[in-house]
Design a protein around this ligand. Structure first.
Ligand code: ZN
Length: 154
């Protein structure tokens, strides 16, 4: 069966960044199931899967622009530590949810703590990263009506 819209596809993949570091991978025997044509995957990855069939293995590289965006320097800010009230110890790598200027909730990561200054980054963790997927198609089946109606796999 060829991968096309309204097929449920199971893929095994390894995702590495531009330096070859593994960012994510499926476990053996636990592929990722998704509904093709329902925006379940990054568009560049879904496009590369169209027309493939079980057993096909391929590599696709997705630029930051086609992936999670480029790094926006405006989303990296230095704040006084006094703004982090109620937190005993602020350490690099900590994640917070914060209300941005627009009122929208943003996920921010503490990048660095220098004295009384905390540098936070509200970019997506994969912003600026080239995504190199190595993909194997494990299974393809027809989606059922409720899956198509909901836009995801059941
Ligand atoms: Zn559903």
């Amino acid at each position: 069966m060829i991968i096309a819209n309204n097929k449920v596809v199971s893929i095994a993949f390894t995702l590495t960044d531009g330096q070859g570091t593994t960012l994510d991978e499926t476990e053996t025997g636990k592929p990722l199931d998704y509904l093709h044509g329902a925006d379940n995957l990054l568009p560049g990855l879904e496009q590369a899967l169209t027309g493939k069939e079980v057993g096909d293995n391929f590599q696709v590289s997705i630029t930051p622009e086609e992936g999670f965006g480029v790094v926006n320097p405006d989303l990296i800010q230095s704040l006084p530590a006094s703004q982090f009230e109620g937190i005993d110890k602020i350490e690099p790598g900590m994640a917070f949810e914060a209300k941005g200027a627009s009122g929208k909730v943003e996920h921010v990561i503490v990048e660095a703590v220098e004295g009384d200054t905390v540098r936070i980054n509200a970019n997506h963790p994969l912003a600026g990263v080239t995504l190199n997927f190595d993909v194997t198609v494990v299974a393809v089946r027809e989606a059922d009506e409720s899956e198509i109606a909901h836009g995801h796999v059941h």
